[in-house]
Design a protein around this ligand. Structure first.
Ligand code: AP5
Ligand code: MG
Length: 210
């Protein structure tokens, strides 16, 4: 059975946290356009350099760049048996474009109160080497400021600073939230309550997929 899943939800809703486990369990690649764009920015490719300023400010990266990077990734052989799209599509133009080059079986939307998002984002830390995500209050590393896996000093994402977070939340409300109705009308939307512990969210996610 193929699994072609989209995770739709505001910044900090826990998409990435849930995606890592679920993708492993289903044996499909976890394709986060945020991760792909950050990797391109870190490698200083022309596309990455162009995307970097938008990411840091919390704005959407222009559609043509995002579509190019995702399209390339979807052509890799491991995406033939399915994929988990995390953070794509993010506006109507991207949803229309996706409909033309790849199928979607289910869209899981992460419902959560805005107060929880701000808290989760300000406490998030990430390992710059292996990209494991931590949270100072809900998922702290064993040794303060160090990655459990490789001991690297943890970093804060530049777009998790308050000004960029405010922009990201506004962009979500204006450009991404309309996709809820778009997919509901197509009978593809499966909302889950994204508050509570990661284990509670994981259990709701499994029931939404069965
Ligand atoms: P992207 O990387 O996709 O960021 P985002 O959508 O803003 O979402 P986040 O990654 O911040 O949150 P998440 O839901 O994954 O939460 P996480 O699991 O980490 O995009 C970044 C930027 O790239 C965009 O702003 C844009 O510039 C660009 N971009 C990307 N895609 C694009 C596109 N399609 N078009 C245009 N531009 C695009 O969890 C957050 C924190 O909470 C962590 O610390 C975690 O440990 C903790 N946590 C998770 N679950 C729980 C829980 N249940 N309880 C308590 N804590 C929890
Ligand atoms: Mg994420």
């Amino acid at each position: 059975m193929t699994h072609r899943i989209v995770f739709l939800g505001p910044p900090g809703a826990g998409k990435g946290t849930q995606a890592v486990e679920l993708a492993r369990e289903l044996g499909i690649p976890h394709l986060s356009t945020g991760d792909l764009l950050r990797a391109a920015a870190a490698a200083r490719t022309p596309l990455g350099v162009e995307a970097d300023g938008h990411i840091r400010a919390g704005r959407l990266v222009p559609d043509d760049l995002v579509l190019r990077i995702l399209h390339e990734r979807l052509e890799q052989p491991d995406a033939r048996a399915g994929y988990l799209l995390d953070g794509f599509p993010r506006n109507l133009a991207q949803a229309e474009a996706l409909g033309k080059f790849a199928a979607v079986d289910r869209v899981i939307s992460f419902d959560i109160a805005p107060e929880l998002l701000v808290r989760r984002l300000s406490d998030r830390r990430m390992c710059p080497k292996c990209h494991t995500v931590y949270n100072l209050s809900t998922l702290p590393p064993k040794v303060p400021d160090r990655c459990d896996r490789d001991g690297t000093v943890l970093e804060q994402r530049p777009d998790d600073r308050p000004e960029a977070v405010a922009t990201r939340l506004k962009v979500y409300a204006e450009q991404t939230a309309p996709l809820l109705e778009y997919y509901r009308a197509r009978h593809l939307l499966y909302p889950i309550d994204a508050s509570g512990t990661p284990a509670e969210v994981a259990a709701r996610l499994r029931s939404a997929l069965h």
